[in-house]
Design a protein around this ligand. Structure first.
Ligand code: V55
Ligand code: FE
Length: 488
């Protein structure tokens, strides 16, 4: 039986299957690693362990593979490990793919019926002493923060979470230490039921409330303010007909409106209010906050389908319409008759995956970061084989000044998501480091670039050089050593 991956750009170059569990002591690096960095940067990449059974399967269906960069006194150790999900274990023991295409159980082999198809490939979060790998179609997978081995492949908060899914973007309230989560399609495929969770600082579920969304679609991220949860429903709709024909879970249906839902962080969810909006697609939240009676949420927002591998029902995929810009969404709770939300584009830069100084989550804030695509920057010949969008800059936005500061790593690099790490627990907002994976198309190896977050234009203070290439990552999460120590 051959074990061979498709010979297409999705599995070549930096997209080559990774498949390894690496343990690298004391990684090579250029420059001095700041000694203030004392902790662990976890990031995750989808990585098909076995060739997918469906030739056109989407990158989002790969198995979760965690990269851990552990910082200690100017040194960095690197570890990688697959998340041992139910799916991973079943496929590893069968030595072949058993699950089918993206979130379509009809296409799974009979022998895996009843097993979780979750790939845990999207994000990580550390809360109440536990590290979780997350995929929005299934419960968290608890993994060991040092070995990255799975501790619980189906974590339901001691049975207190009755939803069948859990978001890949939980928010930790910096003031209360609570983790806020949502769960969509929470009562099964295409269900409009969304559960709202508050998990207290000790890891106990103290709220499970239910709302119904206008239609079933991807609710990938959400915002918290000090008083409310805000959810954006975009027309990346669950498409049962497409799944019946063996297709993927979602299709872009531009005939549907977008809805912005605002619901209290307390109570039974019955106060949910929906506002219809002018724009179409937004995936990630930079932050949200209260301003008097107003709820404000900043997201990267585009007018069309941003995922070329999810079919568009009514038009061709259009790069211009897929281009997202940081956009401020506003509603005023005091306006009882309001039925629409307002949007305002904040900056011209085109980007994805916005982040912020998470000590300001839910509160008025000033500093955000976004990987951007700057078409005016040069591009080396070595990047000719790079398919898709080229994220070639990280941009820091300071909302008070309306300023944008850019890091361009050079013509031979693409950049992935960036992570802000404060210099110390009480450092001013945005004072610290910015790090993330950079893929070097001259060496065809990956690096971790570390910048002074206040002066990213000056270039990296250090570059960690890996002897391997990493695939396109999704999200990352920083955990201070102190957080791990106090969890013991
Ligand atoms: C996203 C990523 C996913 C997914 C759904 O970036 C949405 C958004 C990596 O998997 O399944
Ligand atoms: Fe995400």
């Amino acid at each position: 039986m051959s074990l061979e991956f498709p010979k297409n750009p999705g599995f070549m170059g930096f997209n080559a299957p990774f498949r390894m569990n690496i343990d690298l002591h004391d990684a090579e690096h250029e420059g001095d690693i700041p000694t203030e960095l004392n902790g662990h940067f976890y990031r995750i990449q989808p990585d098909f362990i076995y060739p997918p059974r469906f030739a056109n399967d989407v990158p989002f269906n790969g198995d979760g593979n965690v990269t851990l960069f552990s910082f200690n006194n100017g040194h960095v150790d690197v570890k990688t490990h697959h998340v041992e999900t139910q799916r991973y274990k079943a496929q590893a023991s069968a030595r072949k793919a058993l699950f089918g295409t993206y979130r379509n159980p009809r296409t799974d082999m009979d022998e895996v019926k009843g097993l979780s198809g979750g790939t845990a490939n999207t994000n990580l979060v550390f809360h109440a002493g536990k590290l979780f790998a997350l995929k929005e179609d299934s419960p968290p997978v608890q993994i060991d923060p040092y070995t990255l081995k799975s501790i619980d492949d189906y974590y339901t908060f001691g049975g207190k979470m009755t939803a069948k899914t859990f978001t890949a973007h939980p928010k930790i309230d910096p003031q209360t230490g609570e983790m806020i989560g949502i769960a969509y399609e929470a009562k099964g495929e295409a269900s409009k039921d969304v559960a709202l969770y508050t998990i207290d600082k000790n890891g106990e579920v103290i709220r499970e409330a239910w709302i119904e969304v206008p239609y079933a679609g991807m609710i990938h991220d959400f915002a918290i303010t000090e008083t409310h949860i805000a959810i954006l429903c975009v027309p990346m709709a669950v498409n049962v007909e497409q799944m019946e024909q063996g297709g993927v879970h979602f299709a872009w249906d531009s005939s549907l409106p977008s809805y912005f839902g605002v619901v209290s962080r307390h109570g039974d969810g019955s106060d949910i209010r929906w506002y219809e909006g002018p724009e179409k697609c937004a995936t990630h939240v930079m932050n949200g906050f209260n301003d008097g009676s107003k709820i404000i949420v900043d997201m990267d927002m585009a007018t069309g389908n941003q995922f070329p591998f999810f079919p568009s029902l009514h038009e061709q995929f259009d790069l211009e319409r897929a281009s997202g810009r940081l956009t401020r969404i506003t509603i005023d709770l005091a306006d009882k008759d309001a039925t629409t939300y307002q949007t305002e584009v904040m900056y011209p830069q085109i980007g994805v995956l916005p982040r912020t100084d998470e000590r300001y989550w839910s509160r008025p804030y000033n500093v955000g970061f976004m990987p951007c695509m700057d078409p005016t920057k040069p591009r080396s010949a070595s990047m000719a084989g790079n398919v898709g969008m080229t994220i070639n800059t990280w941009v820091r936005f300071d909302h008070d000044k309306g300023s944008a500061q850019t890091y361009f790593p050079g013509e031979n690099y693409t950049l992935q998501e960036c992570q802000f790490v404060p210099k110390s627990a009480d450092a001013p907002e945005g004072c610290g480091f910015l790090m993330g994976v950079a893929n070097n198309f001259d060496t065809m190896l990956s690096e971790l670039h570390i910048l002074d977050a206040e002066n990213i234009a000056a270039g990296p203070v250090a570059k960690v050089k890996l002897p391997v290439r990493l695939r396109q990552g999704v999200h990352g999460h920083w955990v201070d050593q102190q957080q791990l120590d106090s969890a013991k």
